[in-house]
Each structure stands twice: as structure tokens, then as C-alpha cells.
Design a protein around this ligand. Structure first.
Ligand code: ADP
Length: 159
């Protein structure tokens, strides 16, 4: 099976990576689709987010990393995937994710969205929390892959 894992990944956290690894062993091929949102200025440019994911997934086979813009279902069709994958950390994720899943299904009934629950020890991780900790010089080594930790330290000038 081939699954699409779309997201902003600004930046990739160990929670995202855990989901990629588990989807990889459950389904086989994982297409990580990195969102290029013209309305938002990300902390890390698209190319850097892609290289963070490339470097952090080197130990895996069957991972494809692409950029995407616009509708996720269109990206899913173009990438010829069987499923769309999203992660769930808490009930607060669930309401939003359910709405998106219903929207996507109404646009393209041929794509199912499946959810993987985060591991408990990653459930507090989000890209924005990690950036907040890094901004004030906190330890992020247990939150993000090493390449991302380096980039965050550089971003906030804590070198
Ligand atoms: P988006 O802007 O699309 O929400 P994110 O990069 O924040 O993009 O998240 C992409 C996906 O990864 C979402 O399904 C989100 O719920 C999931 N996710 C985010 N953080 C974690 C985590 N710590 N553990 C597991 N899944 C996560």
C-alpha cells in the first residue's frame, strides 16, 4: 500500500517521524507531502523542511518526499496513493481532523483517511511548541531529529 502523509512539518518533530516509521512498517510506501502555503510565512523554507525530512528518514526505504500546494485530495490522486494518513494526539486534534476528513471525502470519495494515534511520550509535541522551547534556549534534543535541532539552534541564534 501507498499512503500520503500531508502536513506543514515546520519543522519535523519526533512525533511526525514516529508516524512516518510506523506507517512505513504498516503500509509500505509513505509519500510525505510538505505543504507550500503561499498565505503563510513558515519558520523554515520549503527546501529546508524537505531536506530535514530527507535526512531524518535515511534509515527507511519506501519514503518519498514531495511538495504540494492546494487540495490534499488532488495531491493524493496525483501521487497515486491508496490512503491519506493523519496523526492524532488528543481530542482537540480529533475534531479538526474529522472535519478535514469529511471534507476530503466529500470532494473525492475514493480516498479514505486513516488516523494513527501518537505514542503517549510524543503526544505533547507540536512544531509550534518545539519552536517556543528553542526560542528560549530550552533543550529540544528529545523532541526533534538532530538535523532539526541544529537548524532550530541556528534559527534562534543560540550557537
Ligand atoms: P498541519 O499544518 O497539516 O496540521 P503538521 O505538520 O502540524 O501539519 O501535522 C501534520 C500531521 O502530523 C497532522 O496529522 C498532525 O496531527 C500530525 N502530528 C503532529 N504532531 C504529531 C505528534 N507529536 N505525533 C503524531 N502525529 C503528529
Amino acid at each position: 500500500m501507498r499512503v500520503l502523509y500531508p502536513g506543514s512539518f515546520d519543522p519535523l518533530t519526533l512525533g511526525h517521524l514516529d508516524l512516518i516509521e510506523r506507517a512505513n512498517s504498516l503500509f509500505g510506501e509513505v509519500v510525505v507531502a510538505v505543504l507550500k502555503n503561499p498565505d503563510k510565512t513558515p519558520s523554515f523554507p520549503l527546501e529546508q523542511r524537505i531536506s530535514q525530512i530527507t535526512e531524518s528518514t535515511q534509515h527507511l526505504t519506501g519514503i518519498e518526499i514531495i511538495e504540494f500546494e492546494g487540495l490534499t485530495v488532488r495531491c493524493a490522486a496525483e501521487s497515486r496513493v491508496d490512503l491519506i494518513l493523519r496523526g492524532l494526539r488528543a481530542m482537540s486534534d480529533f475534531e479538526y481532523e474529522l472535519q478535514i476528513a469529511h471534507t476530503n471525502r466529500s470532494l473525492a470519495a475514493d480516498f479514505e483517511t486513516i488516523f494513527l494515534a501518537t505514542q503517549a511520550h510524543h503526544s505533547f509535541l507540536s512544531s509550534s511548541v518545539v519552536k517556543e522551547v528553542a526560542r528560549y534556549g530550552g533543550n529540544i534534543s528529545h523532541m526533534v531529529p538532530s538535523v532539526v535541532a541544529k537548524d532550530l539552534i541556528r534559527l534562534f541564534n543560540h550557537e
